[in-house]
Design a protein around this ligand. Structure first.
Ligand code: NAD
Ligand code: UDP
Length: 310
């Protein structure tokens, strides 16, 4: 049994990770400041004696005994990370430094949740790990994508300077049950709009692409990376099925039997035109293969939101 700290554990991905690591027989410490996370996401674990919940903000230092740290604390949707951009940068600089200091002191292995956003608006397609990216340092997405880039830098500097045992995963657009209703990401927005019969809001002309990964597949890749020896990443994990946002809207309307109409709204600045992971490295090093087809994943997510709304 390992003692595992999950920061951001009450969030969408973090709560699924709590479930998985508890199921596998570990002791889990879930740490969260509840900015975008919710007690509801982890309520079913509160009576489990192997589960602990700590309300804390990672921009403040903390000392805990731990064997492994999954550092997921950071708002992930543009609406939330742009709400207080300075705080988003602090979470990725001060917060990541605090977690690396903790890993250094306790000799814990630490995994950083990085993102496909480190590639910015990519000039290379699909994106391989060796691509350095095309990121605007002063735009409205910079607090997040530059924040995550410096978080990767800190991980590798602590590894080189203090020999900290690191893992870096670059997560591509992930969806599934427990996404926050109000977080403004495309999958949750479209599903909620479709279920309520409201207009589906496409930003821009809908020709931009994303590649959507169901959360269970992502958790498989994330735990595989943490448990792999002699490979620290960075490594892309996601699903390489690529769809335009217009195709996604049409899929969601169909799968939820909705009468919603599609409407077009202005495209936010610096919105990447295309995104698709090259998964060669994850397949080779982690034996990773996404298994859930987008239609099945969306159906499960539609079921989740229809219960939540109903
Ligand atoms: P989320 O917003 O649901 O979860 C983030 C969690 O971190 C929340 O519970 C929030 O309350 C907590 N948090 C935020 N700032 C904190 C702080 N300073 N101290 C303590 N807790 C804090 O988002 P998510 O989709 O579950 O994302 C989890 C991680 O994965 C994030 O680091 C995100 O950048 C990364 N990621 C997610 C995606 C995706 O598509 N979902 C893609 C790439 C990377
Ligand atoms: N998007 C959209 N309508 C919405 C929400 C998002 O058309 O209601 C678009 C957004 O402009 C982007 C894509 O969908 O091109 C994915 O957006 P999301 O915020 O989910 O993820 P990210 O842009 O961070 O990849």
């Amino acid at each position: 049994m390992k003692n595992i700290l999950i920061t951001g554990g009450a969030g969408f991905i973090g709560s699924h990770l709590c479930d998985r690591l508890i199921e596998e027989g570990n002791h889990v410490i879930c740490l969260d400041n509840f900015f975008t996370g919710s007690r509801k996401n982890i309520e079913h674990l509160l009576d489990n004696k192997e589960f602990e919940l700590i309300r804390h903000d990672i921009i403040e230092p903390i000392l805990l005994e731990t064997d492994e740290i999954y550092n997921l604390a950071c708002p992930a949707s543009p609406v939330h990370y742009q709400f207080n951009p300075i705080k988003t940068v602090k979470t990725n600089v001060l917060g990541v430094t605090n977690m690396l200091d903790l890993a250094d002191q306790t000799k814990a292995r630490i995994l950083q949740a990085s993102t496909s956003e480190v590639y910015g608006n990519p000039a290379v397609h699909p994106q391989k790990e060796e691509y350095w990216g095309n990121v605007n340092p002063i735009g409205i997405r910079s607090c997040y994508d530059e924040g995550k880039r410096v978080a990767e830098t800190l991980m590798f500097d602590f590894h080189r300077q203090h020999n900290v045992d690191i893992r870096v995963i670059r997560i591509f657009n992930t969806y599934g049950p427990r996404m926050a209703k109000n977080d403004g990401r495309v999958v949750s927005n479209f599903i909620i709009q479709a279920l309520k019969g409201e207009d589906i809001t496409i930003y821009g002309d809908g020709s931009q692409t994303r590649s959507f990964c169901y959360v269970d597949d992502l958790i498989n890749g994330m735990t595989a990376l943490m448990n792999t020896e002699n490979f620290i990443g960075p490594v892309n994990v996601g699903n390489d099925g690529e769809y335009t946002i217009l195709q996604l809207a049409e899929k969601i309307i169909k799968l939820s039997n909705s009468n919603s109409k599609i409407v077009f709204k202005p495209l936010p600045s610096d919105d990447p035109c295309k995104r698709k992971p090259d998964l060669t490295l994850a397949k080779e090093k982690l034996g990773y293969e996404p298994k859930i087809h987008i239609d099945d994943g969306l159906t499960k997510t539609i079921e989740y939101f229809s219960k939540k709304l109903g």
